[in-house]
Design a protein around this ligand. Structure first.
Ligand SMILES: [Zn+2]
Length: 404
C-alpha cells in the first residue's frame, strides 16, 4: 500500500527512501516487488510505467514518461539493485532506514536508492508542471554486476522514433558534474595443463606456472601504462590501469597442477580502450604461452571468457548537456571519476548524451553503514526542480543539438 505522502519535501524524500531501502534488491535477487511498489506510487498520480523484463522474468527495468510522449526529453536514470551486505558489520539493519545527525543509513542510500527516492518525491511536481518536453525515469537492474540490466532498455530506446535529448545518471558524485568515467573489461583465463607426480615435474604441464607468466605480463603492461601511457589528469589515477585479482589453481604439493584460473581487468581511458588492452593480452598469451604448453602436450590450452564489459564515458566539456547540468546544479566545474556507471552505455548503445550527477559520495558506497546526507538529497531535489522549470519552457537543447 502507498501511504499518504507528507507535504514537506524532506519528509517525503525520507519516507520514500525508507520504503525503497526496505526492499532487498541485492543483484542476485528479483527486483519486481520494488518495481511494483514504484508502479503503484506512480499510478497514484495517474502515471503508467513500462516494464522491460529480463529473460528469467524475475527482474525488470522501468521506463516512465511524464509529459508529452512525442517530444524528445530528458532522462533521470538509476539502478534498483544494491550490493550484498554479507560479511559486512553493520550497526543497524541495512534494510531499515535509520536517521542520525542528518545522515540516512541503509543499504543503497548512496548507491543509489537515495537518487531514486528523490526522483519519486519530485513526481508530483513533475506531474503538475506544464512540460514542453518530457522527463523520463529509467530504473534498471543488475548494474552492480556489470551494467547488464539497462542494455535491453537502451536497445529499445535506440530503435524508438523519438529519442531523449540527454540523460542524467544519478550515481553518487556529491552533485558534481561528471563528464567522464573509465571503461572496464574483465576476463577469465582458464589454463589447462597436464598433471603428474611432482617428482616427475618436467613431464607435466604446470598450469599454475604458466598462469604466473600471464600475471607477470599483466603487471608489466600495467607498469607501462603508468609510466608511458596516455594520461588524463582529470582522473585521480590519470592512466589506464590493469591488474590480476583472482588466481585459483593446484590441488596438492605433490601434484603438478593441471588447472589454473586467472581473472584480470583493464580500466581504460578511451571509450573502447579497456577491451583493446585485454584483447592484446589474450593475443599475446595465445602466441607465447599456449604454444609452449602444447609443445609437451597438444591438448593443453588457455580458454578466455569475458566476465564484464562496459565502455568509458567521454563527454565534451562544452557539450550543451554539460552546460545544462552546470546550470541546474549551480556549479561551474566538472570532473571525471574512475568508477564505472551506466552512462557510457547510454551514449554507446542509444546515442543519448549523458552526464553523471547525483547525491551521496562514492566513499560510502558498497560499505557497511552506508549513508547519504539528507542535505544532499535536497540539493538533488533542487536540481530536479530546476530541470522541471527548464522543461516547461526550453527547447534550447533540441535547437543546439546534442552530439556525443
Ligand atoms: Zn551505483
Amino acid at each position: 500500500m502507498i501511504k499518504t505522502m507528507p507535504n514537506d519535501r524532506a519528509e517525503r524524500i525520507q519516507s520514500l527512501l525508507a520504503d525503497v531501502v526496505a526492499f532487498d534488491t541485492v543483484s542476485d535477487r528479483s527486483n519486481l516487488s520494488l518495481v511494483a511498489y514504484i508502479e503503484r506510487y506512480l499510478a497514484s498520480f495517474g502515471i503508467t510505467g513500462r516494464r522491460i523484463l529480463d529473460d528469467t522474468g524475475q527482474k525488470a527495468s522501468l521506463w516512465v514518461t511524464i509529459g508529452p510522449e512525442t517530444t524528445p526529453g530528458i532522462v533521470l536514470s538509476g539502478h534498483t539493485d544494491v550490493v550484498p551486505v554479507e560479511r559486512q558489520s553493520w550497526t543497524s539493519d541495512p534494510f531499515k532506514l535509520v536517521e542520525r545527525d542528518g545522515r540516512l543509513y541503509g543499504r543503497g542510500t548512496t548507491d543509489m536508492k537515495g537518487f531514486i527516492a528523490v526522483c519519486l518525491a519530485m513526481v508530483p511536481e513533475i506531474r503538475k508542471a506544464n512540460l514542453a518536453m518530457p522527463i523520463h525515469l529509467a530504473f534498471s537492474y543488475d548494474e552492480e554486476v556489470g551494467c547488464i540490466g539497462v542494455r535491453p532498455l537502451l536497445r529499445e530506446l535506440n530503435r524508438a522514433s523519438v529519442k531523449p535529448l540527454g540523460c542524467f545518471v544519478g550515481e553518487p558524485t556529491q552533485m558534481q558534474i561528471v563528464i567522464g568515467h573509465k571503461g572496464k573489461h574483465g576476463v577469465r583465463a582458464t589454463l589447462r595443463g597436464q598433471s603428474c607426480h611432482s617428482s616427475l615435474a618436467p613431464n607435466g604441464v604446470n598450469a599454475v606456472e604458466y598462469a604466473a607468466e600471464l600475471i607477470t605480463e599483466v603487471r608489466d603492461r600495467a607498469t607501462q601504462f603508468a609510466t608511458e601511457g596516455q594520461r588524463d589528469e582529470m582522473y585521480d589515477i590519470a592512466h589506464t590501469t590493469m591488474l590480476t585479482s583472482i588466481v585459483q589453481g593446484g590441488t596438492a604439493l605433490n601434484i603438478v597442477p593441471d588447472h589454473c584460473v586467472v581473472e584480470f581487468e583493464a580500466r581504460g581511458l578511451g571509450i573502447s580502450e579497456s577491451k583493446l588492452v585485454t584483447d592484446s593480452i589474450i593475443a599475446w598469451a595465445k602466441a607465447k604461452i599456449e604454444p609452449a604448453m602444447q609443445k609437451k602436450e597438444p591438448s593443453c590450452r588457455i580458454d578466455f571468457e569475458e566476465i564484464l564489459n562496459y565502455p568509458a564515458l567521454e563527454m565534451k566539456p562544452d557539450h550543451s548537456l554539460v552546460t545544462l547540468a552546470k546550470q541546474l546544479a549551480s556549479r561551474n566545474s566538472h570532473a571525471k571519476v574512475s568508477f564505472g556507471t551506466e552512462a557510457g552505455l547510454f551514449v554507446s548503445i542509444a546515442g543519448i548524451p549523458t552526464v553523471v550527477v547525483g547525491p551521496g559520495s562514492i566513499e560510502q558506497a558498497h560499505k557497511p553503514n552506508e549513508f547519504v546526507k539528507l542535505s544532499e538529497l535536497l540539493d538533488c531535489a533542487g536540481f530536479i526542480e530546476r530541470l522541471i522549470a527548464h522543461c516547461t519552457k526550453s527547447h534550447d537543447l533540441a535547437v543546439s543539438g546534442l552530439d556525443c
